[in-house]
Design a protein around this ligand. Structure first.
Ligand code: FEO
Ligand code: CA
Length: 684
């Protein structure tokens, strides 16, 4: 099937070969194409990059331009409530403690005004911060643990509880934004949602037989039950989004890693049939400490357990008693994000990237309209709508293909595939298979997808899609399809990644057609060589930022873009995950460029993270005088690229970072806030 559907790299290449010879055509700037409503909006708000670019560094701190400062807002283990010790002892972590403390490995961030209003007012004295806690890192936990063999089941359960979502109230005082503790759970908005929290499944796949089978086992395992709910909570919470009606969307990504089992366990589970079907899409580990994982996360005990994850979870941050809802209408995949925009007629559009090599980009369009005057009327909007996958065409156009059982079964029959879908629930459960059959374009690990919106959440038409990288290139093509290369006829990886721009037809995010172009290539615009040795000695990275002889960026080099934030002046803030694996002289960082600029796009470096950390969840307060981001897994590797996961258990001693507490402190994932010393707008 891959042979039939063109990879995005083929399309980039072939489009370049068609357009590259046409002198003067603005290849990399769609503002040069037919005028759209977005172009007018963009030209009215010319963005500048009014700061001095930060030099590359491996410093173990936050490095910022002159005139900017940072502080920690909250970090792993900080108490959310008064009833527990304000001091965090990572060696004493228990499930009960972790259920009242900020989670580990913070990723996506979202901010909500302390009282719901639409559109959100610019001035806020209080906000609610929602943060994803993507995964639990054993090597960065339990400082006194001598070896993984010494782990107890209780310690493993506590690590599971470190995952999910953390919600915390913020207050702006004279010194800036700070996190608040509540007196007790449900006495304010602070909250932890973990893999043990009761959630509801809603939408067409809510009663899929796999979900029903797994739910019975989960609810047998968990004492923390709620009528009509499943105590499976949420895991692998990567990026997400926020809705115009003031709810948080948390995207479940690499859920497969939470399931353990030996090869024989998996063989037994495969005989159930469902696992074998699911495994072809997601794969499951052939090992792991199955004896220690909570029972519901052992595939031998709960072979349908993975069907409970890979969904978009909607959470009401204003009601700490609300039950999170898994919106099955949006499909099950390794969701990086779930970002929203309003269509021209007020329907709601949710964009999603499925972050794995050669997976797809999706969007969901609701059947009903957003109601700005009655928040409750929007409660179940995401249960009813149409899911689409993106197909990129060689001529620079693109199509959103509706994913339905009939269409997927017809495509399977036409391709003589044995795959069939019983109904729409089955399509949503195995949506990757359906998208592939329908002809969705395989992508280089699509991560964040961000629509350019006006102040009323209405999409203007441009949408940026981040493809973080692709380490595998299994084919040869003449003429260098991907980027200018020293060996144009060889198969080529895409280790630095790239960013695409699509423009929805008519400036309407509900459109079924779009045009596309390359927004920026990761890599080094100043390199004298077209490839570079990567840290660790793998295949060299192709680092040219030119495509068909045309330069896409100027200024700073970067690799592995991951999450984006687009501010009100249409500056684009790019957070990286893995920059140091390609360009070892600089930790992961945040860069900025502008949406509307013509020609090669200027890139400035705004922030460099501490050693071993990735940067996630960039966003600003509504007044754009505070920039927030999540510093995830500081100390996961050292500046030479050695993973602490390997070195710690080989007698490697302390982690290579002490962020954010400094001194000799154990490192912790943390949310930070950046402000200007003169309190001006970020980036001006
Ligand atoms: Fe969780 Fe795709 O990053
Ligand atoms: Ca990510």
């Amino acid at each position: 099937m891959h042979g039939v559907t063109k990879h995005i790299n083929d399309l980039v290449a072939s489009r370049r070969s068609v357009l590259g010879g046409l002198a003067g055509l603005p290849l990399l700037n769609l503002a040069g194409c037919a005028s759209t409503p977005a172009d007018h909006a963009l030209s009215e708000t010319p963005a500048t990059l009014g700061f001095t670019s930060v030099a590359a560094t491996n410093a173990d701190t936050i490095t910022l331009p002159a005139g900017y400062r940072w502080r920690t807002v909250i970090a792993w283990g900080d108490a959310l409530f008064d009833g527990i010790s304000a001091e965090f002892d990572p060696d004493a972590l228990t499930r009960g403690e972790q259920e009242q403390r900020f989670g580990q490995s913070n990723d996506m961030l979202a901010l909500f005004g302390s009282e719901y209003a639409f559109p959100p007012p610019k001035d806020q004295d209080g906000m609610i911060l929602c943060a994803n806690n993507e995964y639990a890192s054993l090597e960065l936990a339990y400082p006194s643990l001598p070896s993984p063999q010494n782990l107890t089941a209780g310690q493993v359960e506590a690590l599971y509880a470190a995952v999910g979502v953390s919600i915390v109230e913020l207050e702006h005082d004279g010194a800036g934004w700070r996190a608040l503790r509540n007196s007790a759970p449900r006495q304010g908005r602070n909250r932890r949602i973990t893999p043990f929290t009761p959630v509801q499944f809603t939408g067409p796949a809510a009663r899929h037989p796999w979900i029903l089978a797994a739910s019975r086992i989960v609810n047998e395992c968990e004492p923390n039950r709620q009528e009509g709910a499943v105590s499976c909570g949420t895991v692998a919470n990567c990026a997400g989004g926020q809705t115009p009606w003031g709810t948080y969307l948390s995207a479940e990504e690499n859920f497969d890693g939470f399931f353990s089992g030996s090869s024989s366990d998996l063989d037994a589970a495969r005989r159930e049939g469902a696992l074998a079907l699911d495994e072809s899409s997601f794969g499951y580990p052939n090992g792991g400490p199955e004896a220690l994982a909570p029972r519901q996360f052992r595939v031998a005990e709960n072979p349908h357990g993975p069907s409970l994850y890979g969904w978009i979870v909607e959470i009401d941050p204003y009601d700490p008693t609300s039950t999170p809802k898994k919106r099955t209408a949006l499909g099950r995949k390794k969701n990086e994000c779930a970002t929203t925009a309003l269509a021209a007629d007020g329907r709601v559009v949710v964009y999603m990237g499925d972050d794995q090599r050669n997976e797809h980009v999706y969007k969901f369009v609701t059947h009903s309209h957003f109601n700005p005057s009655n928040r409750d009327a929007n409660t179940d909007l995401l249960d009813d709508g149409q899911l689409y996958c993106a197909q990129f065409l060689e001529n620079g156009g693109g199509r959103w293909l509706a994913i339905t059982a009939d269409a997927a079964n017809a495509a399977a029959a036409a391709k003589e595939s044995p795959i069939r879908f019983a109904d729409q629930a089955d399509v949503l459960m195995r949506v990757r298979d359906a998208a592939r059959l329908l002809g969705a374009t395989p992508m280089d690990r699509p991560e964040d997808v961000e629509a350019v919106c006006d102040g009323n959440c209405r999409g203007l038409g441009p949408v940026l899609i981040v493809c973080t990288n692709n380490s595998e290139r299994g084919f040869e093509r003449p003429g260098n399809p991907r980027r200018d290369s020293a060996r144009p006829s060889s198969a080529q990886n895409n280790l630095p990644g790239h960013i695409l721009r699509i423009d929805e037809d008519g400036g309407d995010c509900a459109a079924e057609r779009f045009s596309w172009d390359v927004f920026a290539m990761g890599g080094d615009p100043n390199a004298s060589e077209l490839t570079a040795q990567v840290r660790g000695g793998g295949a060299p990275a192709h680092i040219s930022t030119k495509v068909a002889g045309e330069e896409t960026i100027t200024g700073e080099r970067f690799a592995c873009p991951d999450n984006l934030f687009i501010d009100s002046t249409h500056r684009v803030w790019i957070a990286t995950d893995g920059n140091d694996a390609v360009f070892a002289d600089c930790n992961d960082n945040v860069l900025a460029t502008t949406l509307a600029s013509a020609g090669p796009r200027q890139i400035k470096r705004f922030l460099v993270a501490p050693v071993g950390a990735e940067v996630c969840g960039p966003l600003m307060a509504p007044d754009e005088r505070a920039f927030f981001c999540a510093i995830q897994h500081p100390g996961a590797n050292n500046a030479e690229g050695l993973d602490f996961a390997q070195s710690r258990w080989a007698g490697g001693g302390r982690p290579p970072s002490n962020f954010p507490d400094g001194g000799n402190a154990w490192p912790r994932s943390a949310v930070i806030v950046v402000t200007r010393e003169d309190d001006g707008r970020i980036g001006d």
